[in-house]
Design a protein around this ligand. Structure first.
Ligand SMILES: [Ca+2]
Ligand SMILES: [Ca+2]
Length: 216
């Protein structure tokens, strides 16, 4: 086990096979690579208002085996977060993104094997793919807008919760094999595709405006 402090950008941290902790001390740092290796690892990013521009850009987080966790707490930060990859790897992982004012763009998030959970509260989600992989995963996305990306739940009995208080458009939701449950609370939807809905899926739509075209 080891603790790692990440104070500036363009750093690569290599964990141990034990349970490691990675702390972004600068409130986020661009172009950081974390390779956590095996073990139940934790990554903490607490992004302050004063974080440098691009603090959440170009991240590559590979959490690998074990029940890992990522906590992003950026309630007071308003910058965009772009072009990053998060791989949670094997094990039942937990990713929590609390960033009410952050626009996530160009993120690739892979939860890997295991029954994982992702809970993201953001301002906007654009050109971002969430891939939950195998296992019974729970993915909850809350944002004003969710656009031009995909949420792929993979195999297993998954749960997808989407709240888009303004709109969702040009977005793919693919629930994959297994008995999945989808809960969609979308104010306005355009070119939203929901695929591979299995028998027990329950869809709940709160529609305030036109909800077409919507394809299944
Ligand atoms: Ca996993
Ligand atoms: Ca799954």
């Amino acid at each position: 086990m080891a603790n790692y402090n990440i104070n500036s950008g363009n750093l690569t941290s290599l964990g141990t096979d034990g349970a490691d902790n990675f702390y972004f001390r600068s409130g986020g740092a661009p172009n950081v690579v974390v390779n956590a290796l095996a073990g139940n690892d934790s990554v903490y990013i607490q992004s302050a208002q004063s974080a440098e521009e691009g603090a959440l850009d170009g991240l590559f987080l590979s959490l690998q085996g074990g029940a890992d966790s990522l906590l992003l707490s950026a309630d007071s930060w308003t910058g965009p977060a772009t072009s990053s990859t998060i791989r949670a790897g094997a094990g039942g992982d937990s990713l929590t993104l609390n960033a009410d004012f952050v626009q996530l763009s160009g993120y690739q998030v892979f939860l890997g094997d295991g029954s994982d959970s992702l809970a993201a509260t953001l301002s906007a989600v654009q050109t971002t793919t969430f891939n939950a992989g195998s296992g019974a995963d729970t993915v909850t996305i809350t944002a004003e807008s969710v656009e031009s990306g995909a949420a792929l739940l993979g195999s297993g009995a998954d749960q997808l919760n989407l709240v888009a208080s303004v709109r969702s458009q040009s977005q793919l939701f693919e629930l994959g094999g297994g008995s999945d449950n989808g809960n969609f609370d979308v104010a306005y939807a355009s070119a939203v595709t929901i695929r591979e809905v299995r028998v027990t899926i329950k869809l709940l739509f709160r529609v305030e405006q036109m909800l077409l075209p919507l394809s299944f």
